[in-house]
Design a binder for this molecule. Structure first.
Ligand code: MN
Length: 318
């Protein structure tokens, strides 16, 4: 039977403060001749997913005259969607759907891998400081082979209690993103003035993650530092965010009902079995399934070797 998303969580109600775990990032070099290092908070040992959000890389602010910026050659994706969200800089996106788009601050670019897509990402010469997040969404099994797609959306900022909120996926603070997702999701950027508290009404069946990009913020009285991801368990209808510092804080709020399926994340693919991942790797290596990226100056990325032992599906610990 297909899992139901958004079902109430047994034994928990919409009252009381959220229970919060702090997920700390690890530095991951992206590799290549112009290596960029990112701070990864998802997946990690303690947590694979928050809702269907299964990958969270946070990078910058990087002075591109020092770091060389971003230059990721064509590579494939399947079984997932990618979200590119920038705080500063500009990235040129090309994909095998034929999309040629510029990713800019405050603008959602949601790419659906589905059965298979390939794309390249290059920071433009106009970029002096590169700063943003790269997020992945796991597609539920029944939609994991959906057609490739690319959507662009610019949310109007919502102002509430001094905070400025950009809701790029789902609903928050009276604003609903029109962008379609395959499971219920929340994605929003929040800017919070110094020494301000914001109480947000949220869906009590959702779990949430708050990624701190700037400043010091407490989530339900749990202090979070730069690049940490505060995980709020489902079962509370309000999230209280407090900026405890003298400068404006900026953060990304993610949410969704707990994703009940076990998945395998390997390289740029999400599958349900080791065989499915090996097939995706073969198809990329042999030039099938993922289409062609036009206009990128250089060769596509080769897939790494598969590990010798079969890959094991992972879910969240209960
Ligand atoms: Mn990619």
């Amino acid at each position: 039977m297909a899992p139901r998303y958004g079902a109430p969580v047994d034994g928990e109600g919409p009252t009381g403060a959220a229970r919060v775990d702090v997920l700390t990032p690890r530095d991951v070099p992206l590799g290549g001749p112009r290596a960029m290092t990112v701070r990864r908070t998802l997946p990690q040992r303690a947590r694979t997913l928050i809702g269907a959000w299964c990958f969270a890389d946070h990078y910058g602010p990087d002075d591109v005259s020092v770091s060389g910026g971003m230059d990721v050659a064509p590579h494939p994706h399947s079984g997932l969607q990618t979200v590119s969200w920038l705080f500063s800089g500009e990235i040129e996106h090309r994909d095998s759907l034929g999309s040629h788009a510029y990713v800019r601050p405050g603008e959602l670019n949601l790419m659906t891998g589905g059965y298979g897509i390939s794309h390249s990402e290059v920071s433009t010469p106009r970029t002096t400081v590169l700063h943003g997040v790269q997020l992945w969404v796991a597609l539920p099994a029944e939609h994991r082979a959906t057609a490739r797609d690319f959507q662009h959306y610019v949310p109007e900022p919502v102002r509430i209690d001094g905070a400025e909120i950009r809701v790029f996926l789902g609903s928050l603070a009276g604003h609903t993103s029109p962008v379609k997702t395959f499971t219920p999701l929340l994605g929003a950027e929040i800017a919070l003035p110094p020494h301000t508290t914001l109480t947000l009404t949220v869906n009590p069946t959702f779990e949430h993650g708050l990624l701190i990009d700037q400043g010091e913020v407490s989530l339900a009285e749990t202090p979070l530092r730069f690049a940490e991801l505060g995980y709020a368990h489902p079962g509370t209808g309000t999230l209280t965010l407090t900026n405890t510092a003298d400068t404006t804080a900026r953060m990304i709020l993610l949410g969704g009902p707990p994703f009940e399926e076990e998945i395998i994340i390997w390289w740029n693919f999400i599958g349900r079995s080791s065989e499915e991942i090996a097939q995706a790797r073969r198809d990329w290596t042999e030039g099938r399934r993922f289409g062609e990226v036009r206009g990128y100056n250089g060769a596509p990325l080769p897939a790494p070797e598969l590990p010798k032992v079969p890959l094991k599906p992972r879910g969240n610990r209960r």
